[in-house]
Design a protein around this ligand. Structure first.
Ligand SMILES: [Zn+2]
Length: 128
């Protein structure tokens, strides 16, 4: 039980720091907004197939919509039902948050994929 908790905490820590979910030694990004093909330390594949990025888009959309909903209800509580004021706060949030959360949405998606399926290893083209 304790080992399972430590593994979950370790995985969450790696996700928060944008590190490889398998080994935690390397960043999953080679540059801002550019995901590596695979981990240079353990060869875990980060981009496994065409369309794999859709999972990170889904994570990003859910996070953005959840944040917008929280802000919406906070605004309702703070200023009442004033659509003009709520739009001034919520609209920029829904435009900016997906960009700000891009890296972590990839990290969360890779962490979820690692937990449920495991990340395959990268093989050099022509090898094997
Ligand atoms: Zn790794």
């Amino acid at each position: 039980m304790l080992a399972g908790r430590l593994q979950i905490l370790s995985l969450l820590s790696r996700c928060a720091r944008l590190r490889c979910p398998v080994c935690g030694r390397s960043s999953i990004f080679q540059a801002p907004f550019r995901v590596r093909q695979h981990c240079p330390s353990c060869s875990s594949l980060f981009k496994r197939e065409e369309g794999f990025f859709v999972g990170s888009v889904m994570v990003n959309a859910v996070a953005t919509e959840s944040a917008a909903l929280v802000v919406y209800f906070a605004c309702l509580y703070a200023v009442g039902y004033r659509e003009d004021l709520i739009l001034i706060v919520a609209l920029p949030l829904t435009l900016i948050l997906p960009v700000l959360f891009y890296h972590h949405s990839w990290s969360v998606w890779l962490g979820l994929d690692y937990v449920f399926e495991g990340l395959p290893k990268y093989e050099e083209p022509g090898a094997g």
